[in-house]
Design a protein around this ligand. Sequence first.
Ligand code: ZN
Length: 515
Amino acid sequence: MASLTPCDQSPSGQVGWAATGLALAVAEAVACGSERGVLEVMDGLWRCKKGCKKGQSILKGWAKDRILLVMSPRALKTWLFAPAAFGFLMAAMTALGLAPVSEAESRILDSPVRTDIAVPSLGPQLQALAAHGLELSREDEVRAGDSFERLLGRMGIEDRQAEKALQNRAYSKVLRTAQGRTAVVQTDLNNRLLRLQLLQGGDAWIFERVGEGQFEARNAQLLVETRTEHRSVEVGQSFFGAMDQANVPSAVTDEIVTLFESDLDFRRQVKAGDKVRVIYQAKQVDGRDLGDYRLIAVRFEASGQTYEALYFESEAVKRGNFYDAEGKSVKRGFLAAPLRYTRISSSFSRYRLHPLFGDPRAHQGVDYAAPVGTPVRAVADGEVTAVGRNGGYGNAIGIQHNQRYSTYYAHLSRFAPGIKHGRSVRMGEVIGYVGTTGWATGPHLHYEFRVHGRSIDPTKIAKENPQVPSLSGPDLVQFTTVAADLRKRLSLLDSVNTAAGPSLPSAKPNKTAKP
Ligand SMILES: [Zn+2]
């Protein structure tokens, strides 16, 4: 059994390539899609081992050496996915679509998708390759002050002709406003730039080579697809490590923690052998994750208990929430804590010696020690009523949750983008980041919980935390159907462990126009 290095371990995190055998390159490209993955050869077949998102497509392998390569999905589909093979894959993916899981489909879940694809000999393949133009793809992020030269240089492209063609005022203006966007380039085998895309969600600036030394730019809205991903994870050394290893996005992991943290201490109660089954959705453009995820269902077996949460959006309220199998809300009214903290460095007290001034003062909140930059979340839905510098509090945010409750977050290093006065925030939304601004002896979050403006001990409210209303009436009826399907899928996941990499074909993407 020969094993390949994961595509994502190529230098500097970008996807590189080395032409040691194009056929092999193609084999990996198929299994990885344009994503990163690991292939292995077993019984003379290429099989997807880890990180493959397009299901487990297999080619007969020829080569011994490894190669890292990514083709654009377009090039891939054009010449590699023979219609029959592609059809088979799509069928396998559709099997896990939104329809309830049937017995036949559950057999697909149980056994890995595996098929032989008739492969033409190498010569004609190479000809076809040349004819369709093999494209290599790499990506990076646009930084402040980037010029085309610098951006392309960072991605290993030296194409004077392209740089010259892109050197005009209009294009430079686009680039200047593109800071933070994902830059994706396609080149030919001679490392000539064919296309440069600056992406933000589905919004794309596309610079395309249209002739010798000629580029055209256009703005386009790309199709945003939603993929449903299934993961089955067994906790090993640590819960967070196991989730990372199974490629569960950290946003999804955080959401799971948020859901159960009132009932479960993730540091002490989660142990090796505990099981997590997760279904979530990922927004994608052109097979690339946009970093926009939604947790759909989770079942957590820890400390001999089973915790379950199923996402449901009620027609009436038009707002999603998580419920147990009976339609009772899993979410509490308030998060137990606004961040993932190291320890409580100072608890609430009506009287204490101030660490900086040495004199006795009340401590109106709780101090959570955490590294600078740790995300701070709104503990409940509400409206931002204060944001900015506030003396000893440093950078601080106040949120009014309802007539009765408000919360205050201080010493932040910075605010999350878009957080401003009057904006509504949702429970769990990141509002800022831990820092040391104001009177702080070290990085921590000073957090206050106020009832009618008067501070009370936040750890006390966590205990009396009210539950979000349960489902009833038509909502409950509708939820019962949704819940039955989701729970069936979670149970199917019990028979597999995807901790070493996803081994389930994903659901067919639902096409939506915008994220
Ligand atoms: Zn404090």
